[in-house]
Write a protein that binds this ligand. Structure first.
Ligand SMILES: [Zn+2]
Length: 74
């Protein structure tokens, strides 16, 4: 599929990404999320079912499987 970004000639590729989101003010990172990624501009598309899966996963998850260091850009 062609990239949605104006002027970009890239085609989305199936990849797994590290998805970062904010939930109730907390930064949450989910690894190995299937997504469509444009190799040229880096635009990322998540399928609606993937977004739904993440929401369900976060509802059920109590303890994370791992934690990551988080640094502020200062
Ligand atoms: Zn692109």
């Amino acid at each position: 599929m062609k990239c949605n970004m104006q002027g970009c000639t890239g085609e989305y590729e199936e990849r797994t990404i590290t998805h970062t989101l904010r939930q109730r003010g907390q930064v949450v990172v989910i690894d190995h999320v299937p997504a469509e990624v444009c190799p040229i501009c880096g635009d990322v598309l998540l399928k609606p079912e993937t977004v739904q899966h993440i929401e369900e996963l976060l509802k059920k998850a109590s303890q994370p499987d791992a934690s990551v260091p988080l640094y502020e850009y200062v």
